[in-house]
Design a protein around this ligand. Structure first.
Ligand code: DSN
Length: 414
């Protein structure tokens, strides 16, 4: 693999090979990451990257679009079949630009928008003051309660009081299911546009193991590279009445030519997600996350909301006398990768927060089941209860690599 890069650019080759080994021999617990199939890797590495195709199928600016039109239409048709949406735009480069386009399509600058606060599980594009979203719109945050769960009565109260133009339902660090129907009812009641950012659970929705907001919401955005296990990208689904505004906001509003190699990889991703085995994967993702939650509860960790309904867990390490950063560094040494994370009502800084966020999508893709997840939970606890014992961390890294040998990952067989 990578024969030409090896010849042409040995320094870069070594870096890629190193990363292949890291992904192959370590346990990936960052809940927004996954392992894509060989077919998706091939599409992304294909000559489709050479083409410019501003516009939409049959309505392009440049010539030579017959094949690209077919590819984009295939991705559109498969996305519609998978999610049951009225309209889909498959061109967004990734989640943040997709969200920017949605706001640009449906809001005026300065409009009021409600979103889950970042340290309560939201996302930077849901109104963080230093992000473009926070600067361009007037955000009214809603929070989780002391129990770590969103109180929908409180969401309704805030919405009634402030009358936002849009309510964003979605998260990047919230371990519970959202009540889509209730969100949509509140939007209806206050006349707000309903927007669901399902970036994290898009794959679980496609698998049918988490409820879908598509029937209820005006707009739904998902990234395609998290639980959905496709290329690094996003799609925007909407009711037909918003189709024109969304399409115009993506091009020419926010983006230039779509990334056709990625569109092709998305078409493959949607076909893979339509297969029966994807449902099994989705169900196993949740089972595996629940095994980790049980282990962490057994060992006395403070899980935000007490557990999980989806693929992710958020753990406040304050009661264990360590920070998220310390935990991340120690677990990195043991080749178990997760991310430090703020927790609701955070008292520390975002760069050195109190918690960690981790989850099960990538390990489920490589074939881990309950037995392996119990082992992962035990290893994590051994590391976290011996934070300064570097020899132990390295010893565990060896055991981790041994287990990983039985669970190969596409694209890393160098
Ligand atoms: N960085 C992504 C995540 O890890 O959730 C969100 O953009």
């Amino acid at each position: 693999m990578f024969d030409q890069i090896k010849k042409q650019d040995p320094a870069l080759y070594d870096m890629i090979v190193s990363e292949c080994k890291r992904q192959r021999d370590g346990i990936e617990l960052i809940p927004s990451e996954n392992y894509v199939s060989q077919a998706i890797l091939e599409a992304q590495g294909s000559i489709l990257t050479n083409k410019y195709s501003e516009g939409y199928p049959k309505k392009r600016y440049y010539g030579g679009q017959d094949n690209i039109d077919d590819i984009e239409q295939l991705a559109i048709d498969r996305a519609k079949e998978l999610f049951g949406c009225e309209h889909v735009n498959v061109q967004p480069y990734s989640g943040s630009p997709a969200n920017a386009a949605i706001y640009f399509a449906l809001l005026e600058f300065g409009d009021k928008v409600m979103g889950l606060k970042l340290d309560h599980g939201g996302h930077i594009t849901h109104g963080l003051p230093i992000s473009f979203s926070g600067k361009a719109y007037d955000w009214i945050p809603y929070l989780v309660g002391e129990d770590g769960v969103i109180d929908m009565d409180e969401v309704e109260r805030i919405a009634m009081e402030t009358r936002p133009k849009m309510i964003v339902a979605g998260f990047s660090a919230y371990p519970r299911n959202l009540d889509w129907k209730r969100f949509a009812e509140i939007c209806e009641k206050v006349g707000a546009i309903s927007f669901a950012d399902v970036s994290h659970v898009g794959g679980l929705i496609a698998a049918g193991v988490v409820d879908s907001p598509v029937p209820y919401f005006d707009v739904v955005m998902t990234t395609t590279h998290k639980t959905l296990r496709g290329p690094r990208s996003a799609i925007i689904m909407s009711k037909e009445k918003h189709a024109k505004a969304i399409n115009r906001a993506i091009f020419p509003g926010m983006q230039g030519g779509p990334h056709d190699h990625t569109t092709a990889a998305k078409a493959i991703c949607f076909e893979e997600a339509l297969r029966p085995e994807f449902k099994e994967y989705g169900a196993q993702v949740i089972k595996n996350a629940k095994v980790l939650a049980d282990k962490f509860n057994e060992y006395g960790y403070d899980l935000v909301s007490g557990g999980t309904d989806n693929h992710l867990l958020l753990c406040d390490l304050t009661n264990k006398g360590m920070t998220g950063q310390q935990a991340q560094v120690a677990l990195d040494r043991a080749e178990m990768t997760l991310n430090k994370n703020t927790v609701p009502y955070e008292k520390r800084s975002p760069m050195d927060p109190s918690g960690i966020r981790f989850g099960s999508p990538a390990v489920t893709t490589r074939g881990f089941k309950e037995k392996e997840m119990e082992q992962v939970g035990d290893w994590m606890h051994q590391v976290l209860s011996n934070l300064d014992d570097e020899d132990l961390h390295h010893r565990i890294a060896g055991e981790v690599a041994e287990l990983c040998q039985d669970f190969p990952v596409d694209g890393t067989l160098i």
